[in-house]
Design a protein. Sequence first.
Length: 561
Amino acid sequence: MSFFYGMFFGLSFGVGLVVMFARYENLRSRRRSELAKIVAAFARMTVQDSRKVIPSEFYPPWVLTWLNHQLKKLWPYINEAASELIRSNVEPVLEEYRPSILQSLKFSKLTLGTVAPQFTGVSIVESESGDNAVTMELEIQWDGNPSIALDIRTRFGVGLPVQVKNIGFTGVFRLIFKPLVDVFPCFGAVSYSLREKKDLDFTLKVIGSDVSTIPGISDAIEETIKDAIEDSITWPVRKIIPILPGDYSDLELKPVGTLDVKLVQAKELTNKDFIGKSDPFAVIFVRPLRDRTKTSKVVDNQLHPIWNEHFEFVVEDPMTQHLTVRIFDDEGGVRAAELIGCAQVALKDLEPGKVKDVWLKLVKDLEVQRDKKNRGQVQLELLYCPFGTESSYKNPFSAEYSMTALEKSFKTPGTATETVDLQTAIQKKKEVIVRGVLSIVVLSAENLPKLDLIGKADPFVVITLKKSGAKAKTRVAHDTLNPVWNQTFDFVVEDGQHEMLILEVYDHDTFGKEKMGRVITTLTRVILEGEVQDSFPIDGTKAGKLSLNLKWTPQLVFRET
């Protein structure tokens, strides 16, 4: 019996030890996991985050003081080398972005002065490409005394010696050390980029005069300088410096998707003309490269232009890149186009595969928004399509989506898996024609403005397909500001991608009609979703809305030859 008691006690004690050891290991594992999360959180801290955590009397840390001290000592040598490097590298970029109003744009003098930049922040960020890299971000502020002169010659043969003065710059530079290796200096290459441009101010002055007195020249030069900086060094663009021998082509900038943009319309634009109205057109880009910047058609004498134009852009980094829209007033070649306003959309705010309809408020400057003047709004439809995810959603602009079952049955075997270059894929998208039947149910309206002196209003709706010109209209609803129609209209649409629906609300009078407002929409959403029922704000009214039910029935889909 004592044997069994001893065996039972021994087993119990052994099991207890195992359980206690397991619980202790689980506790250690949880502690390690929590510590790893804390370390990861610190690794993701930005300069701004560290300033919130660390008291101001302990910031910046000693490393900033050491870096600034070393930079100050080395600055005379850096200035000499950097000045020559900037001249040789930036001058071709300025020539590439040179506006048509200028014949040449070169440096006649370039030195960065005696005042060194200051490091105001440093952080190590979590690698975006795995564990085989270290990413460092340095915040730099520079209020220097450089001596920079540009030798500018206009198309009219006028020479302008222009000084670039009062330069102030604040930005964050990103350094990526990749790949990490076992030999000194422990990384194979370093790539650098301007991760964030917080502030860039400078003054242009013609020697002996003021550049602002020459119409269009000042704005053209400023835009040229800013666009050159934007595309030559601003993230996701990066410069790669090999440290150890090897192939570092995988570090270079590569496209990861496409952005479909439909420029729909604008409203309430600022009038830039003394006689008549502005002649607006749009310039759109993700990166301001000449061959990637898209320009819309000019709409003459109109402050509420309708474009309905479709463009496509290459995306390299959706987490940091933006779509920029600039609206100009065309001057017919007499002088440079005048900027009405600009706007930006962050690509990280777009859900892949889902169309986003946005109205953007136009501002004078995207960086320093001191001007609060109303410059109008622009409407865009945006669709971000990452590469490799085409099968997870429907893209009405893709060539594959345009193919019917009959077309697919005749498709050459093996072509579905062939690698097609980017330009070929974009060209196929441009050739897509989406055909179908659009059923429109005009349900009702609400909060229409009172236009009649006696009574309320007698509203009716005129429906127009802009591209085909097909029209229809509802019956008149008498003496009401909240009419109900419930009328259905069917239209055969030959090109749904480029068609636009315009619904104009009128008040019927004995001697004519008076316009209340209008609703403009593309067919992208109904083509994607099949059926849409929604209330649309009526432009021209304070709170008016028009309720519609839209249904899309696809028919044969063709491709142009």
